[in-house]
Design a protein around this ligand. Structure first.
Ligand code: PEP
Ligand code: MG
Length: 588
């Protein structure tokens, strides 16, 4: 369990009658901190019955909405096509089929006619596509029946385009979001307008949204059943991201107690601030390097303030827009270059796009039933080589000052690493031809986040310059438990003996090969794990800047030799329950 405290009984109760008196909800704490403010409910997307009618005077504006959505989808797919010259033929065919369907004038005219009968655009689109689908579904021709899926996918794209026209983010400023679920891109937007906390009905503690909330220091509670139904807009709320407790309509006593708690947290931060310039080493002088994880350029400032010795993970997929638009090489270059310059002379580890799964995949025209096991990370990059190459070139160009490392996500086979390296070599040749300078010795490393990568880490280590262990995915794939699913939060457990053994094997193989190995997953910053990770022999940890000083504070108090002995004992235990019991008793 990655959450610092776990509350299992997700119930709610009120001390009075109904929502007007003080009441409590419980969920899974996924980002620590306290927030006090008004609720802002994001209504769950309504089920569209296909029977929503509009007033006659709205018909023209609905027809215009349809035209706008059509244009938006065309631009989106055109952009994907312009990036996909090297996609396999099958993928190009899918995209072309979608484009063909979107622009089918017969279908579009029928949709406009349906709107003229008084249906809203969503209903008109659904009815028309379902109508077309019903013919194909009954066809005797296998190929035609398969087209039903295409129609279904295009219909869904239309609906999501229509639904996400203009979310009014600013209305949530200074408030606590209450949503069924939220996308990483939306969370970034809400952070920018000043949202102070989040409550979601769904989501796992290692989902990308939870990770973002932690790096934003935005208290978050997830897995709160029916939160959007129980709570109403504008309620006074206190959310306690340490315990998962939500209080609505708090009385004066509780409000004062939590205000006091906020002041204590601020005081503690001031004390930690004194550690910024202190060298990170254990009490017996083993040097540890602390780096920051970064999603946005703005995060560099916080990394420097917290005294990070570099950036251990840049999640570049955060550059993708809501529509899945990938910035071109020049825009990426300016972004990476600015990052490298601001951090200079410290190292910046730029991870190539880890597109897919729960991250920034909106707008990418891949429809997969099981995206976590699908075309994610390096698989997507090798599938879309022009996207990969333009990113590599942008990173190389930003490496002139020799403080950039390049990192490949989701490696599960040696061939993926070798092909990536040969593409990097091709990109270097192309830059040479154009007389563009770069670091020809740029370190190339990989994420170790699949069991396959761990078990072949001896082979992989020979072919790369560093490893970074991604414990978020390593836990997900080792235990076969979806990191975004609150129903398997208890199974998704980074302290499980299997995960610890995976980390141990990786460190041993990296050490044998003489390459650097770090951890950039959430386990690196978990308060219960620091002693254990020291004992396993890790010397580089990369965490969100918000966790860095707290982590340093713990390391300074740890004796390395004692940590090694304790870890040897832990690795003989059968369950994470027993492991955590010892870790807790040792830290008291
Ligand atoms: C990880 O998997 O641990 C990791 C750091 O990568 P991400 O969370 O971006 O998948
Ligand atoms: Mg990962």
């Amino acid at each position: 369990m990655l959450s610092e405290t776990t509350i299992s009984n997700k119930q709610y109760y009120s001390t009075g009658s109904g929502i007007n008196t003080q009441g409590f909800l419980k969920g899974i704490p996924s980002a620590v901190g306290i927030a006090i403010g008004k609720s802002f409910i994001i209504e769950p997307e309504p089920y569209i019955s296909g029977n929503t009618f509009i007033e006659a005077d709205k018909i023209q504006s609905e027809i215009e909405r349809f035209a706008k959505a059509l244009k938006h989808l065309n631009t989106e797919f055109d952009e994907v096509i312009s990036h996909s010259k090297t996609l396999p033929q099958s993928a190009q065919t899918i995209i072309e089929t979608y484009l063909y369907l979107i622009n089918d004038e017969f279908i579009n005219e029928n949709i406009r006619e349906r709107i003229k009968t008084g249906l809203d655009t969503e209903s008109a689109v659904i009815n028309e596509y379902d109508y077309q689908g019903s013919f194909l579904r009954n066809s005797k021709d296998d190929l035609l029946r398969e087209r039903v899926n295409d129609l279904e996918n295009v219909k869904r794209r239309f609906i999501s385009t229509l639904r996400h026209e203009n979310p009014e983010y600013h209305l949530a400023s200074g408030k606590i979001l209450v949503a069924q679920n939220i996308s990483p891109t939306d969370l970034v937007k809400y952070k920018e307008v000043g949202v102070i906390g989040i409550i979601t009905e769904m989501g796992g503690i290692a989902s990308h949204v939870s990770i973002l909330a932690r790096s934003f220091e935005m208290p978050a509670i997830i897995g709160v059943k029916d939160a959007t139904k129980v709570l109403t807009d504008g309620l006074d709320l206190i959310i306690d991201g340490f315990t998962g407790l939500i209080i609505y309509n708090p009385d004066n006593l509780l409000s004062r107690r939590y205000e006091q708690r906020i002041s204590e947290i601020e005081e503690h931060k001031t004390i930690l601030g004194k550690l910024v310039k202190v060298k990170t080493e254990t009490s017996d002088k083993r040097r540890i390097h602390l780096l920051s994880n970064i999603d946005r350029l703005e995060d560099v400032k916080n990394a420097l303030i917290a005294g990070a010795e570099g950036v251990g993970l840049v999640r570049t997929e955060s550059l993708l827009s809501n529509s899945g638009k990938i910035p071109d090489e020049d825009s990426q270059y300016s972004w990476y270059n600015e990052l490298a310059e601001r951090m200079y002379p410290n190292i910046v580890t730029i991870r190539c796009f880890d597109i897919g799964s729960d991250k920034y995949s909106a707008g990418i025209p891949l429809v997969e039933n099981n995206p976590s096991l699908g075309l994610r990370g390096v698989r997507f990059l090798l599938y879309s080589r022009d996207i990969f190459k333009s990113q590599i070139k942008a990173i190389l160009r930003a490496s002139v000052n020799k403080n950039v490392r390049i990192m490949i996500p989701m490696i599960s086979d040696l061939s993926e690493l070798l092909t990536s390296k040969s593409l990097i070599a091709d990109c270097m040749l192309e830059l040479d031809k154009s007389g563009i300078k770069y670091d020809s010795k740029i370190p190339v490393g990989i994420m170790i986040e699949t069991p396959s990568a761990v078990l072949t880490s001896d082979i992989l280590a020979v072919e790369c310059d560093f490893f970074s262990i991604g414990t978020n995915d390593l836990t997900q794939y080792t235990l076969a438990a979806d990191r975004t699913n609150d129903l398997v939060t208890d199974i998704y457990d980074s302290f499980h003996p299997s995960v610890l053994k995976m980390i141990k094997i990786t460190i041993e193989n990296a050490t044998k090969a003489g390459i650097v190995v770090g951890i950039c997953g959430e386990l690196a910053g978990h308060s219960g794990a620091t002693r254990l990770l020291m004992g396993l022999g890790i010397t580089e940890l990369s965490v969100p800047s918000s966790m860095l000083l707290e982590l340093k504070n713990r390391i300074l108090k740890i004796n390395f030799e004692e940590a090694v002995q304790m870890t040897e004992k832990l690795l003989t235990l059968n369950s994470s329950h027993d492991i955590l019991k010892i870790l807790e008793s040792e830290s008291n």
